[in-house]
Design a protein around this ligand. Structure first.
Ligand SMILES: Nc1ncnc2c1ncn2[C@@H]1O[C@H](COP(=O)(O)OP(=O)(O)OP(=O)(O)O)[C@@H](O)[C@H]1O
Ligand SMILES: [Mg+2]
Length: 264
């Protein structure tokens, strides 16, 4: 039988070509970013944004060029955690706001009133995430940290679909319930071909072992534990970063960042 060549193959559907083209375009736009790390758990309130911000500061302190992309469109909290009040007009390319030498972009920068809810269906959320991913001019970065929302649906899927992530840092609190949800998130990531960098146990009481449970179940590293400390609450509410304000907290996150760098 004669061997067919590429010219004989049926042409892919235009919609597939469009997706391939878009991925290529995004890949070339993001080519100046060496590492892309998603901070994730399906469970809400376990410390994802806190982890994202403090890891970013740790990586910066270790000498890396760092950016944070707030991929939580419903409840974009990164700007509040960082005390950023700048608003962007939405001119392309989007220029991130710089805080303490870290480049930050968030949908909150396009909202006048952060107390008003965003009532969008999945496709709109996905579109906003892709707007931020496709149109931000990061320049050269060593690490881009993506703060993901909870859940296992649209937002994490959009990020996974659009970006080649190095992997996820999973966040859990010490409780078994939080660990189960982090395991659920890690299992989804694995199924979709995204690697796991490791797990951070946030708000640790030094007794519970949620982090270890996740690490064992998913066969990934326990990057570190961050002890529960009431300082987090009042610092975050004032837009102050615990990494900057407390030496003990700084040490815990630096240890985690070194683990991340060591494994990447
Ligand atoms: N180690 C800690 N000790 C005490 N409080 C903490 C600690 N880490 C985080 N917090 C506090 O817990 C609250 C929730 O944290 P955070 O917003 O980072 O969670 P999240 O997982 O991003 O939530 P969401 O799912 O809503 O995005 C915040 O008020 C934060 O300051
Ligand atoms: Mg958050």
């Amino acid at each position: 039988m004669e061997e067919g060549n590429a010219h004989d193959l049926p042409k892919p559907h235009p919609s597939i070509l469009k997706v391939i083209e878009k991925k290529k375009e995004i890949r070339s736009k993001l080519s100046k970013i060496k590492h892309r790390i998603g901070v994730y758990s399906a469970k809400g309130g376990v410390g994802k944004t806190t982890t994202s911000v403090n890891i970013a500061y740790s990586l910066k302190a270790l000498g890396y060029r760092v950016g944070i992309l707030d991929a939580d469109i419903d409840c974009p909290n990164v700007t509040m955690f960082l005390g950023i009040e700048n608003k962007l007009k939405g001119d392309y390319p989007l220029m991130p706001v710089e805080k303490d030498g870290i480049k930050v972009i968030s949908s909150a920068m396009f909202m006048d009133d952060l107390s008003k809810p965003i009532i969008w269906r999945g496709p709109m959320i996905g579109k906003m995430v892709s707007e931020l991913i496709e149109n931000t001019d990061w320049g050269e970065l060593d690490y881009l940290v993506l703060d993901l929302p909870p859940g296992t649906s649209d937002s994490p899927l959009s990020v996974i679909q659009l970006m080649d992530l190095d992997g996820f840092v999973l966040v859990t609190s010490p409780q078994h319930i939080a660990a189960v949800n982090a395991i659920r998130s890690g299992t989804m990531a694995k199924r979709l071909g995204v690697g796991l960098i490791g797990v951070v146990e946030s708000m640790s009481d030094g007794v519970g072992n949620g982090g270890e449970e996740v690490s064992k179940a998913l066969d990934c590293r326990l990057l570190g534990r961050v002890l529960f400390d009431i300082k987090f609450n009042y610092l975050s509410d004032k837009g102050l970063v615990p990494f900057v304000e407390s030496e003990a907290i700084r040490e815990e996150y630096l240890k985690i960042a070194r683990e991340i760098v060591g494994g990447s």
